[in-house]
Design a protein around this ligand. Structure first.
Ligand code: NAD
Ligand code: DAU
Length: 348
């Protein structure tokens, strides 16, 4: 059985990728490597934790010795690397942890793969999961990020992801490491940590707390349902070409304020509140420092070359997401109260 290492598999996107690979690829044994930071939550994987082709490994990608040992002792056919510090606001207050995990951690994985695979690159692949934020911000409507757009990272988070992308490409050029990169737009869906816009709003709406909209709410993001991202990663891992970059996006742009208003109306219905009641909670707060105005992805290459397209309409994806949070109050409560971290310290 081929072994595949997925890093960051206890996080939001990683848990959907792990579930997809464990479920749809019984020909692989999936190793989920995760440090279980505040963003890692093994409850995300309860349904598959006993699958015969799944193993969880607790560890930190910043620990070069540990990573070297793990990769040299296991004959991994592929590494799908998602582990990262992922929240832009946290990168503004603590940039160094983003340098350590996103840059140093990625280089540790690249080094270990290069050393272990050096005599046998055939059939192997190092897949780096990255973000559209490396391209900077867009201003004009109708313009999109393509795979040829120059890098222009503008936050400590995007600078760290851009740096890791550059290291991945440098390892391909210098050592011929077989690599592939994808750059995706904003994901949403079940298990999204409630520090990010959509789950934070859902959480605050349920609790009737203020809904903090940064600035005037005019910034634009392109939203993709997380399971569609996981499918894209599956397709690119199997059918993408080495050395290539694939942009992934939902062709689904929303101004933040419009998105929050749609959520408020949906939640009015779900919670049996009067129409317009929830939107009274909207509160305009100080803007994020260096807040990128607009991101929008052109995913033509991925759809034309590999046949991927988003499967869900946004309205359906958003309703599924809201329903998931309403049905999983305990998950939300544990995450916001920090109880789940106690669960890990007892378990591991
Ligand atoms: P997340 O913050 O929800 O999860 C990150 C996971 O990585 C957590 O499980 C955490 O415990 C783990 N991790 C963090 N530091 C680690 C370390 N030093 N060693 C081992 N594990 C560590 O992130 P996410 O939103 O699921 O994003 C996953 C990846 O996808 C990231 O690389 C991110 O840059 C990228 N991405 C995210 C989005 C998005 O909208 N969320 C969009 C495009 C790309
Ligand atoms: O574009 C892909 C990126 O999307 C990923 O690489 C990042 O990991 C992911 O966190 C996300 O980054 P954003 O900064 O776009 O996501 P966030 O959910 O933090 O914010 C979305 C927008 O909403 C952004 O314009 C800031 C705004 N916002 C966010 C929060 C948390 C608010 O107005 N209020 C809030 O409380």
């Amino acid at each position: 059985m081929k072994k595949i290492l997925i890093t960051g598999g206890a996080g939001f996107i990683g848990s959907h990728v792990v579930r997809r690979f464990v479920t749809y690829h019984p020909e692989y044994h999936i190793y989920n490597l995760d440090a279980l930071t505040y963003a890692g939550n093994l409850e995300n994987l309860r349904d598959i934790e006993n699958a015969p082709n799944y193993t969880f490994v607790k560890g930190d990608i910043v620990d070069a010795e540990f990573i070297d040992k793990l990769i040299s002792e296991n004959d991994f056919h592929g590494i799908i690397h998602l582990a990262a510090e992922s929240h832009v606001d946290r990168s503004i207050t603590d940039p160094m942890s983003f340098v350590m995990t996103n840059v140093v951690g990625t280089v540790n994985l690249l080094n270990a793969a290069r050393k272990t695979w050096k005599d046998n690159f055939a059939g192997r692949r190092f897949y780096h999961v990255s973000t559209d934020e490396v391209y900077g911000e867009l201003h004009d409507p109708g313009t999109f990020f393509t795979e040829e757009t120059s890098y222009d990272p503008r936050s400590p988070y995007s600078a760290s992801k851009a740096s890791s992308d550059h290291f991945v490409r440098a390892y391909e050029n210098t050592y011929k490491l077989p690599v592939v990169i994808s750059n995706c737009s904003n994901n949403y869906g079940p298990n999204h940590f409630p520090e990010k816009l959509i789950p934070l709003m859902i959480h605050n709406i349920i609790q009737s707390k203020p809904l903090p909209v940064y600035g005037k709410g005019e910034n634009v993001r392109d939203w993709l349902f997380v399971e569609d991202h996981a499918i894209a990663i599956d397709v690119i891992f199997h059918d993408g070409k080495n050395g290539e970059t694939y942009n992934i996006g939902g062709h689904n742009e929303w101004k933040n304020l419009d998105l929050v208003l749609v959520l408020c109306r949906l939640m009015d219905k779900k919670l049996g509140r009067a129409d317009g009641e929830t939107e009274k909670l909207i509160t305009y707060v100080t803007d994020r420092a260096g807040h990128d105005l607009r991101y929008a992805i052109d995913a033509t290459k991925l759809s034309e070359e590999l046949g991927w397209k988003p499967s869900l309409q946004f309205e359906e994806g958003l309703e599924r997401t809201v329903d998931w949070y309403l049905a999983n109050g305990e998950w939300l409560e544990n995450v916001t109260s920090g109880n789940y971290q106690k669960y890990y310290s007892d378990m591991y």
